[in-house]
Design a protein around this ligand. Sequence first.
Ligand SMILES: Nc1ncnc2c1ncn2[C@@H]1O[C@H](COP(=O)(O)OP(=O)(O)OP(=O)(O)O)[C@@H](O)[C@H]1O
Ligand SMILES: [Mg+2]
Length: 601
Amino acid sequence: MASSTGASRQYHSTLAVVARLAPYLWREQGFALRVRIFMALALLLGAKAATLFVPVFYKQAVDALGPRDVAIALPVGIILAYGATRILSSTMQELRTMVFDPVAQHGVHRLALETFRHLHRLSLRFHLDRQTGGLSRAIERGINAVENLVYYLVFQVAPTLLEILLVSLVLWWLYDWRFAATTFLTISAYTAWTLAVTQWRLVYRRRMLEAESEANAKAVDSLLNYETVKYFGNEAHEARRFDASLTAYERAAVWSANTLSILNIGQAAIIAVGVTLVMLLAAAGVARGEMTVGDFVMVNAYLIQLYLPLNFLGMMYRELRQALTDLGQMFRLLGVEVEVRDAPGAGPLAPGGGEVVFDDVRFGYDERREILRGVSLRVPAGRTLAIVGPSGAGKSTIARLMFRFYDVVGGAIRVDGQDLREVTQDSLRAAIGIVPQDTVLFNDTVYYNIAYGRPSATPAEVEEAARLARIHDFVASLPDGYQTRVGERGLKLSGGERQRVAIARTILKRPRVLIFDEATSALDTRTERAIQESLRQISRDVTTLTIAHRLSTVVDADEILVLQDGMVAERGDHAALLARGGTYARMWAQQAEAREDGPHG
Ligand SMILES: Nc1ncnc2c1ncn2[C@@H]1O[C@H](COP(=O)(O)OP(=O)(O)OP(=O)(O)O)[C@@H](O)[C@H]1O
Ligand SMILES: [Mg+2]
């Protein structure tokens, strides 16, 4: 996906990401959680100090058992101290994790919630451009990234650096600088090798991840379109597309594994050389009588203890890099400018009858193509305006603009005399209800979907809305009644049933302005008439905008507006438009002909 590759522009430096993350781990935490941070740091230092003493007791035990001719007293105390230090060291490490975990998890929680809220704030334009799967994956990865980043940075990288420093100092202090220098050089070489090779490997890993998410996206898209795939018998075509992504993944995965082996070989060699050199130094010391066998063992123990965690250095580095990229991605999402925002000091929409005015509105989704080219209309409070016109004329666009999904490019839209841009979006949207052209339902029960219009509604009110939308009898006849699940996007219901659920939930909302965008297009004429009757009752005092292709549904409107090429071509009531003999009259004649010929009569 091109969108995800070009994503890591911002937040390129570790510092930028960490600085952006820090508030979630500190400022947003309560006092108790902050105390935990200090406790965790204390435990961290304690654990490292204990670790430093383990080889010392080991050496003393070896020296106490050294080659003597006579029987020796068991160095019980030393061995017990050795055991105790080991226990202490690992217990403190685990305690530290236990103490710190709530802090990290709380940070994760806050960050994920904020991102989710932000995604809902972003405009429809943003969401139409994105793949939803990609967005939820970005959150998921971002959450993982926080955990990884904190864990590796605070509990792995920092302590390891500290330990390297301490051990080098101890070796220097106890023996001579050559031990410290050799150890230090070995670790430097090791680190340099690891970082260089890991950096090189990142290319393959990135390729692998990209191929993976591409394969994923294709699979999801293909399965979402299951019916379409079958209609066109394109299973083989879909499999080929998926196969191409899988092949890319396979190749990248093999290379990723190969390069890991190369990394491991180099690491092992460097450590072996380093340990051998230090052992040689120590052995020479023992031979000269300057060091005991215990010293020899202790040096070895220190090195092993030191190098062991380094084995994970490559992984740490990679995970850190990955975490930084993922977090950067998530922060980038958080940083996406909200296109439609409340004006500073915007107040709620003042109460009113619901008068709607479009004043020379110009709009285009893309500045290169204007969809509405100066549309003016006025629906007095409580009246009904119908909009008809050819497909693609911009009818649904008018509905979207009413909800302020987009801001107009020119002109203004006013509800009860207030410009949409000067009131809060929440209050505006609360005042308008829509039955959209394509109704998508939540994958939950019928009840949930209707009640969504006003979650505080009582079951009786939900049922009443269902009755008005002529869906109650159908729902009641279902084995599970209102508890029937509607399936993903509501696809287990027929198109007409879905539309009626959408009508019911909008009725339940009781808005000031109602918009019906082809709300009854999927219904048979009889059901449509029945619903029209209920809608007339409901919308008696409610301003209504009806969009329809079937002109028979709009004959009663107070005003009918013919939209063509982004402009109002004709306006007037049914009789006036017929008398005019223009586009509307022509459309009416055509549809009347169809009505007479058609089976429905
Ligand atoms: N998100 C979008 N981005 C770019 N162009 C869009 C977008 N949505 C709609 N359009 C374009 O805007 C034009 C008007 O679309 P609109 O949905 O308002 O038409 P409509 O009058 O409702 O048509 P129909 O009767 O088929 O529903 C169409 O040409 C469409 O391709
Ligand atoms: Mg439309």
